[in-house]
Design a protein around this ligand. Sequence first.
Ligand SMILES: *Cc1c(COP(=O)(O)O)cnc(C)c1O
Length: 494
Amino acid sequence: MDYVSTRDRTVKVSAAEAIARGISDEGGLFVPESFPSLSADDFERLKALDYIGRAKYILSYFLSDFTEEEIDYCVRGAYTGSFENESPAPLYTLSENTDILELWHGPTCAFKDLALQLLPYLLTTSAKKISAEKKTVILVATSGDTGKAALEGFRDVPGTEIIVFYPSDGVSPMQKLQMDSQKGGNVHVCAIKGNFDDAQTGVKRIFTDSSVKRRLAEHNMQFSSANSINWGRLAPQIVYYISAYCDLLSRGEKLEDGFNVVVPTGNFGNILAAYYARKMGVPISRLICASNANNVLTDFIRTGTYNKNREFFTTVSPSMDILISSNLERMLFELSGCDDRTVTELQSKLSRDGVFCVSGEIKERLSEIFWGGSCDDRQTLDTIGAVFEKHGYLCDTHTAVAACVYGQYRSETGDNKPAVIASTASPYKFADSVLSALTDKTAGSEFGNVRLLSEITGTDIPKPIAELESAEVRFKNICEKDKMLSAVYASLGI
Ligand SMILES: *Cc1c(COP(=O)(O)O)cnc(C)c1O
């Protein structure tokens, strides 16, 4: 299977190249030239497999330049022993026709683990195919979840070094501690004096500086990226939607009229993976795109106009505080019938004016497949309380946005088909907010609140969070934002 660029279909690369390069030279994103379609037979076979088996089966379509042994090595390495359950993505039945797809049983308690546990294996295997023996250096700028998940994923992976920059005042105390206490011999963490944009701009500048590239090459090293536009992060996400469908079938669900999938959305990666699963034959009826107060996608799905020129809100679901959803580009490619010229035009309007408007035809297709809705912080917290009261189920702030928007969808459309709600983080990762949804009490400290939440709800504190309280802080360096390059060289010892 070859991959083409969303901005130039004549650019054609192998899976290994798409993953190792991350992004195409003219700025487009890599997408499969065609998608496999799974038959009833395929689903029967998949049903009988465990998660690792299903992942190998599905990924082998997308990694056709990998050998069977390579795929086995990658998938086993990623999903053996790193998740607390037997399946990394179990279903929890909330009510008669609603299931929760819990994606947060990995080492950092957020759904990004599903992709970032596998990406390092895919990346190093790809790099070996393309340029043997070079060490891969991963640079990440993070506002929280991605940095920690990437650190855990790349920790002690042979042939890699990972350097994460985060804004010293721009992450939660829990996220800061998660990163500063990161274990591993190839990990480097550095806070910078500045905000997230400073971190991201700094990383981009280092990334594209040819003199830096040369210096790395002299030491037999090369940069690569772990951010969510890398195909190696999307492919693993398709697996869990197909796996969830298999679990529903195994349970005896008929699903003749299909089922709906609800996804709390930021960068559009997770919901795009659900769309790809639908395209491959999973009978997903409607994809419900849930946003917080930063509801640029809700407006887009409803009107066909994407406009990022609006107020930015800091919310209780911070991982969805995004105004530019970078993976939407791949969806535009789909909706336009793989028209690279249309995508290029829309993306250049977006970067020039911050706004674009799609054709009537695209708009129609968009609203056939997707339904968009949003809610504010008050509604998010109310939903956490209501879901806990009604079902005894504790959800985090991001999942609550999805649950709230799903309620809106049902009452506005009357569509009561079975639904799967993607749950993207453990409630303990956002303990302060979740606690405030249930009680006025607070314990006055981060870990006090974690314990209080556990006492009040009778739920267990995930091990990675409990262990954090006594974790040794390894990284204490804060650097000026214009000293990031020196920090990179120092980390790499070059
Ligand atoms: C990253 C993240 C999201 C948003 O996912 P996208 O793929 O960017 O749409 C939602 N919830 C949590 C907890 C996240 O970390």
